[in-house]
Design a binder for this molecule. Structure first.
Ligand SMILES: [Zn+2]
Ligand SMILES: [Zn+2]
Length: 435
């Protein structure tokens, strides 16, 4: 993956923003785990490094410690037993071990990267990620979702300088993880639709080049769903590239708009609910994929069936907004909505722009049957059963997720337009057996 070429393609971008990234090098290929030491050397990593992994990722990346050591690096190691949640205490653990090292190597995908990204940013240390599964799009991200007292927060973090991915290892990752990566990619259709609609209605910053690059990566990934499931290394390589591209696009845009919209918020709603109750929230991309499927169907039905709207003031939430959130979240939700995002929405623009909104949806969001077929081909989840979510909880998530960020999604505009999202939602309940 040629980062320099991507960056030079974005020079003098018509969006007016100067696109910057800290990510310098991405090496994706067969047997590349054995080259990790060389890549670290060539990327100028200092001699003493902290390696963070868990027993599973270290087993998947077998030999990585020896390879790095044989390139002349001195390794300090932090190896967790089965690591699932990125908590604030883990960030502090990693930070405390960084006093006498010149860089961090994070072996894994997801949470294990998240707890390394923050200390790397705090201490200004170069970070290398050795990916073990193509399971989510956060590899090139510069923020980390961190759990503090069961609350998920977004922490400022460092983008890695180097990403190494051995496609034999990625291809051998569990189907559930690989399919979750695809679910996280499918989300971009909704995210970019929300971004385009907000740009249309509020004049929010938007970069067509970044949106197009992201959507190209998504369609490449989805076209490889079946091969990814079968364990084909080339498919795993392409999907990994797409995932890195998606994370990079957030850094380049300076916001998470290219990668995260109403579908990620819906998933966050479920995650907050479950984490607070000590329930395993499922893999990120698995939930996001199901939320994407539901919203893709609803967005397209709205675009096809709602021919015109008569938009007005933002209506009060029946029963009061806060009653739909756990008491632990209410202060944050109240603060976020004290000056609602809809203050910047002119209902007349929604009314006048409705035909353009419909066109954006139909141009950007693919048919839900296509998405379902692709997720199934990857062995991914497509129903509420599979993400252990009751229909009532999913309906709450669909109704109220848009109040969890100070950001405009189509789902937050609909109440002003007198359109009830739930009228257009078709909840996929029962699991369809994979064949
Ligand atoms: Zn641009
Ligand atoms: Zn995601």
């Amino acid at each position: 993956m040629n980062i320099k070429k991507i960056m030079s393609g974005l020079r003098n971008c018509p969006c007016g923003r100067e696109h910057r990234a800290d990510l310098e090098r991405v090496e994706i290929g067969r047997g590349y785990i054995r080259e990790t030491g060389r890549f670290l050397r060539e990327s100028g990593f200092p001699d003493r490094l902290l390696l963070v992994a868990d027993v599973n990722t270290l087993a998947a990346a077998e030999g990585v410690c020896e390879v790095i050591a044989s390139a002349g690096f001195e390794l300090k190691k932090l190896v967790y037993p089965d690591f699932k949640y990125a908590r604030d205490v883990n960030v502090e653990e990693v930070t405390a071990l960084c006093g006498d090292v010149g860089g961090i190597v994070s072996v894994g995908s997801g949470s294990l990267n998240d707890i390394c990204r923050v200390p790397a940013a705090r201490l200004g240390l170069p970070l290398c990620i050795v990916a073990t599964a193509p399971s989510m799009d956060g590899f090139a991200s510069d923020t980390s979702p961190i759990l503090r007292n069961s609350f998920k927060e977004t922490w400022k973090a460092a983008q890695p300088k180097l990403i190494v991915a051995d496609t034999d290892i990625l291809a051998a990752a569990p189907v559930e993880l690989k399919a979750a990566g695809l679910g996280d990619m499918a989300a971009k259709y909704i995210a970019i639709t929300d971004w385009r609609i907000s740009a249309l209605i509020t004049g929010e910053y938007y970069c067509k080049n970044i949106a197009d690059m992201t959507l190209d990566a998504v369609s490449r990934c989805l076209s490889l769903a079946g091969k990814l499931r079968e364990g084909d290394p080339e498919a795993a390589a392409s999907v990994m590239e797409g995932l890195v591209m998606s994370g990079l696009s957030m850094k380049l845009a300076g916001c998470s708009r290219p990668a995260s919209g109403a579908e990620h918020m819906t998933s966050h709603f479920l995650e907050d609910y479950k984490c607070l109750r000590g329930i395993w929230p499922e893999f990120h991309g698995k939930k996001v994929g199901v939320a994407t499927l539901i919203l893709a169907g609803a967005y397209r039905r709205i675009a096809k069936e709602v021919e015109a709207v008569d938009a007005g003031a933002d209506p009060e939430v029946p029963g009061g907004l806060l009653s739909h959130f756990d008491p632990e979240f209410r202060d944050d939700i109240a603060a976020l909505n004290r000056t609602p995002i809809t203050d910047i929405v002119d209902p007349e623009k929604v009314k006048a722009g409705w035909q353009d909104i419909r066109k954006i949806i139909l141009d950007t969001v693919p048919d839900e049957n296509f998405l379902r077929e692709r997720l199934l081909a990857a062995g991914g989840a497509v129903t509420l059963d599979e993400i252990h979510t009751a229909p009532g909880l999913m309906k709450e998530a669909l109704r109220y997720h848009a109040y969890m960020r100070h950001r405009l999604f189509l789902t937050r505009i609909l109440p002003l337009a007198g359109v009830d999202l739930l009228d257009y939602v078709d909840l996929p309940l029962k699991a369809i057996p994979h064949n």
